[in-house]
Each structure stands twice: as structure tokens, then as C-alpha cells.
Design a protein around this ligand. Sequence first.
Ligand code: SF4
Length: 878
Amino acid sequence: MHLTPNRRLAIFLSKQSAEPVLSFHAWLETIWQTIQNDYPEQYPKLLTRAEQEILWEKIIYATQSEAPLLRTSSTARLASEAWNACHQWQVPLFEGNITDDSHAYCRWAKEYQSLCQANHWIDSAQLLDHIRDLIEQGTLSPPPTLSCTGFEEWTPQQQRFLDSCRQKNSSIEFHSLISEIGEVSRLPVRSKEEELEFAAKATKYWLAEYPLVRIGIIIPDLEYRRFEVERIFKEQLSEETFNIAAPLSLFEYPLIQSILLGLKLMLREIPFATISQYLRLPFFGQAQTEAAERAALEVLLRDKRKEHYTLESFIFALESCLKKLPEGCGTHLLASLKEVAALRTQFRGKRTAEVWKDICRELLNRLGWPGERPLNEEEYQLKEQWDTLLIEYIQMGRVLGEHSYGEAISHIQRLSKIKQFLPSSQLGAAPVQILGLLEAMGLPFDYLWVVGLHRDTWPTDPSPNPYIPLALQRSLGLPRSSANRELQVAKRITQQLCMGGKTVIFSYPYSVDDHITSVSSLLIGYPELSAEQIEPLGLTLVLAKKDAKEVPLDSAVENTLSSSVGDPVVNPSLDINTYAAVFEKNSNSEAKEAELVTFGGSRILKLQAACPFRAFADIRLKAKPLTSVRLGLNASERGDILHQCLLDFWKGLNSQDELNALSDHECCARTERVVSDVFEKWRLKFPHLLTPQYLLLEKTRTEALIQKFIQLEKLRSPFEVVGVEVEQKVVLGGVHLRFRIDRIDRLENGEELLIDYKTGRVHISEWFGARPRDPQLPLYCITRRPNPSGVAFGIIRPDTVKFQGLSAIEDCLPGIHTPTKAARYGSAETWDAQYAVWEKDMEKLAYEFRMGKAEVDPIDGETTCRTCHLKAICRVQR
Ligand code: SF4
């Protein structure tokens, strides 16, 4: 009998050996399965992993009255890990001076053990001891020879087992497929993604040069990066040349996720995120035929801003949205949902797994799962896996008993997370094996590339189990119990990796998640590959180490976009001046008016300054983010409400004198009235969002802010209100702009001052520079006639209420700067000079927009991109 520590090595060896080769765990399970089949009543049943998890959860849940803050599932996982470790390291239940956690674990473990005994069950941790007992009793004979290949470490439980086999005259042999250290080097690169790209390119080169070689790519966190790895390797290699040895759980495949999503439509509360996915997935009914209609429905539903639905309220909302679409839209969708809703009564109460299985099948049937499109090979295999999963769910009935529909879904989901699936296309022999760290142990390759062993990850950090006394863990050398143990394990594994290939390359990134890292101390002794050495592999070290942070954000985009200039908005042959002249001269001519496209307000210039591509995509291509459905008003809605309230407040008040004439009581009453009126309009629009208690909170908050701001207005020098929400229409750089100025005041000297209310974080420093980050007020200023003598933010936030701005006149407003004082922010020396700069800069931005300038050029790099919704389109961060 030939045994290996993992399945991958077993598959590799079985191709070269006439003897059966199994992984150690698979061998034990096969033995027990045979015994069980032969003597079903005599020997205990082996619990599956899902059943073990459920038992632990049930036991821990039952003790929740003692510690109600416990998170049952994660506590159960840790308790189960402690149970496994205690069996592997042969640790009896602890006693004496132990922590409360260890005490709790001992109670759970005793309960678990007695449940297993009472029901005649065993679990995977106990399996090896049971088989050893049978061998020692002479009931079971061990194989005459046990050949063990590739084992890195034996647990005390395994060693005891091997001793028992030896005592029964079994011969134990240990082999290794690797013995010599290869040519080892290390390669620093810029990022984790670049590591994969380099590994893929080098693999392509090796395969082209030496078609018969075996290549191993080791990725320690492969299970989390599988999709990224697959994408990058597919860019360089054909699919049949590489295998990714990281089977995903069924849950990670969209087809299986769609099942769980469909099942959740019958729960009492459906989050909007579930509904949004349901409308977009192609696996339900005539989803493809109705794709555009379903997308339009999702947008309409988002506008309702409702966070949770029941199936019935979802149907009701759909019916109201469908009235806004052409007749005949979404009919299949609506019909299938109504059919499902007709099943409602069957979902009440507790039932067995067998019954829930039938109900789930019927529900999916009515939803039209798996959709109208033919399944591909992989999806077909997944559909079969779903059937197997349901059988396993029914078998779990022995530990589940009767349970509710919600519990049924969570058990099915649990199974889908445990059950792994590797498409048949990934099972074949391929020259390139992409593996996790432990799976690669013992496998020999010609070329081995190991990624990601930098100083933050290698050696790994200790992570002792909280339920086993720490001193005990350290004295017995349990896995992850101490830094010293991790160091010793890392040293052994590094040594094995160095022997895993004739050529071995360890790559590591300089920077991970915005922080700088470096080579692991365990690899520092190996030579670093130079740019010249890797050039033949088709690799280029783009930057020296110290420059790593200076990579332009859009360097990737420059290589992929063919152009950074879109079509001009209008006749590009006209220069700015001619264009403006034509507009002025023909402002009444419809023909000429049509040439000037009205796009919007100051936002055009703001976006053009922030990133030309953003202005192009947002304004010209009309790329809009989907409305986010979440609890409460967002910042922009709060800002809109405050603007409306202040607009209403000043209606009928023409000056500071009139404001001062109001008594405190009248002022408060006026505020209360305008706030109440504005919120009432919003409540009618979003009744689900503005619940009575939430509404009260928001109204109180808004009233307090307005009152604070009004007090500030009273402290100013006298002023008259010339207008509120004053509409302006202008042509700038050939672009027709239209916007509204929140307020125009006339000061004591007769000059005008423009005010814009702001509820977010703003600063006048953003008005200056060739690409002003916030050009809104400068634009208002240069387009107002007669020219104003100042412009200011009215900042109204809970943490501060103040004015901030720039004016030719000193102290015309508290907090306003003259150009001399604002020089530190970048202002010109005089108001007239700054005015002239703004005229030039605004016109330039507008002109660039008109001419189609659409470069991916975020003004503050990543900071600008952070709040932009276009990353997926501009590909600035591939
Ligand atoms: S994500 Fe950045 S680069 Fe892309 S459009 Fe937005 S601001 Fe420009």
C-alpha cells in the first residue's frame, strides 16, 4: 500500500506505480467504509464534516444562556479545531487551573463525546484511533508493507498508529521524490499581481523552449486568488497547459449561488442586494430574453430606496415599476414570481430534510432555474453536483431532525461551502501545475516558481487555539502554537521547496496593500535575479526598488487604450473666440443653437479638472452609478434638503434688516416650518426610508444647523438679498453651461457677493492652480454680470458653521480672505489678477471638454480615483 499526505501527490504517484496509491485520509475512510458495509450494526457510523459542524453548533448553542455573546458558528469551528488537535496530539481533556474558555471547551467536548457514543457515531478525529484499536485487537490486519511518500510531519496519533502496524509485522517505508537542492534564486517585483504575471510569462517561455518540462507554480494563498490566477495564466497560456489545484467550494460557482439566491426569495425578509442579483443573473426563466427589461426594473427599484422586501412586496413593487416600462415588459419574470408566491403556505413550520428537498426543487422549478440558455460542460457538471448535495442533505437528517425553512437553507449553504468541485477540464495531466503550499510538498518539478513568501507572511504568525491551554500547546509543539515552531516549520518547508525543482525562483512583492515589505529572512541568503538574467524569460523589471511607489496610475491604461481623445462635442474647426462670437451673434437662431449642446452645470468643469476621462464618461457617455440602496439619507440628499430649506427660509426676506426684525421665536418657527415642509415632500417620495423616528432625528438635525447658520448671518455686516437660486446661462469655451447660484447678496458698498451653501468638506485652496479641483465658485464668479467683488462658501456642518471665501473687500464677511491673505493657498495677488486667471483656466477646461480631451489623468492619483465610480471602465487599476 502506498500512502501520501495529500491527494495531489497520490494522483502523481499513481501514474507511475502499479500499486494502489491513496492519501492517508482517503485510505482510512476507505477502510472504515468497508467495515461499515460489512458490519453495519457493529461499528459506529462516520460523521461527515457538515454533520460534525452541526453537532458542535447545537451543543454550543444550547449553552448560550451562560454566554449569550458567543458567535455560535465561529466558536464551533474553533472548538472543533481544538478537538481535532487534541486527538492528533493525543491530549486528554485538561483539568486544574485552566481558563474559562478551556473549561467551556471541556464541557462541550464531553457533551460531544457522549452524543457520539449514544448515537453510535464517530468523527474524522477519532477514526485513526478506532482503526488502530481494531489492528491492536487483531480484528483488522494492516497491509504487509506501508510505503509513505512525501510526509513532512507525523502527528503523535499517526506515529502511534504506525507503531501498532509495526507490532503486527507491517513493514513501514519512508520515501521522498526530492533529494537535491536546485538552482535557487529570488526575484523582487512591484506587486502581488506582477508576481503572477511574471510567473505566467516565465512559464510560457519555459514551455516554448522545453516542451517536455514539468513546471510548478506555488501560491500560498491560492484558494483566495483562484480567479485572479486563472485570468492571468489564461492571458499567457492555453487552458489545457495548466491545472489549478485549488478546487473551489460549490458555493463559489455562480450557478450554485443562483440556487441559494432563488431559495432565499421565500425567506421572510429579502435584502435588496438579493433582489438586485436575482434580476441580473441569467439562471432564472427567460432572463436572457428579458435582460434589458430586468436591468431597467432594477434601476427603477433602486430609486425606491427600500432596503428589504418580502416576496409579496417585491412583486407589488415590480408591478408598479412595470407601469413605467412599455407594455409587455417583464411578463415572464412577474409570472414566475407569482407562481412561487402561490407556494407560500408550504414554507411554514418545521419539516424533515426529505420534505424540504422536494419543496426546494419545486420552488426552483417555478423560478425557471437554470434558465433558458444551454448549460456549458462545467455548468452541467455543477448541476449534477447539486443533485448529490441534496442527497447529502437528506442523509444529514440523522443529526438535523425537523427544522425550519430558514435552517434548511443554511444547512444547504453550509454543505455547498464544504463540498469542493474541480471541473473535469482541470483533472487532466498538464505540464504546468499551480498549487498551494502544502499540496506541493514532495512533488518534483523541473522549474518551480514560488510566489508571495515575503517577510510579512513567511514564517507565518503563530495562532494558538484559545481553547487549549497555551503552555500545554507549546510544550507539546502543537501547530501554530509559538513563533519558534512556525520558524522551524517554515525552515523545513523552505528547504523542501528548494529541492522541489532543478530551477527554483522565489518571487515576492515590494509593496502589499500600500505598505512596503521585503524579502523573508529565510530567503535572504539566495542570490537576487538581475534584470539581465530575467530578460530572456520575457520579463522586464520596470522600476528600481526605490521608484516602486512612483508608478503612474494609468501606466497600464496607456498600453490598452488606443486613444485618449474622444470626438469633439461640436464643430472643432471653430476656435473658442469664433465659436463664442457665432453663439452671441446667432443666439436666437435655432440652427446655430442646435450646434451648441447644453450639457449641464459646473460639474462638467469639476470633472474635467479632476480627470478628463471622468468628464467624458460621466457627461458625454452618461455613465451613471446605480443608486445605492442603504439605510438613511446619503450626504448628497442631506445637502439637497438643506439647500431647499434655506431657499424657502429666505423667500420673502430681502435683507439682514428684515432677518433681524424677526424675534427669536419667529425665527425658530420659520425654520421649523420650512424644514417640516421640505421633509414632508421627501417623506412622500421615500416613505420606507423616512420612518417617523428617523424623520424626527433628521428634522431636528437640520433645524439646528439652519439656526446656527442664521445666527452667523446676523453677525455679518449689513446686506441685501439680491436673489436665491439665481439661474445663469453662459457659453464658455464653446460649451453651453447652465447653473444656479444659491445666493447673491448686495453688500453695503453696493457690490455683489456670491454665496454657495456647502454641507461637505470644502476649502478655498481647491479654487487655485491650472486645474482647480473645485471650479464651481470661480465659474460663478467669472460668469456673473456685473462682476461680483467676492465669492464664498457658506459651510454648514454639524462640526462647523462658517463662511470661507475670497473677496476684493476686506472683512466683508467673517472668514473671508483677500487675495493677499489667500496667497498661501495659491491665489494671485489681486482680485482682478485672480479673476483673469480664473477666466483663462475655466475657459481652458471647458474648451478641452468640448474638444473631447478624455485622458485617464486623475489629478491627485489614487485619491481622486477613490470616490470615482468609473474604475471598471477606465481600467486605471486593472
Ligand atoms: S477612476 Fe480615476 S482615472 Fe478612472 S475615470 Fe475615475 S478619476 Fe479618472
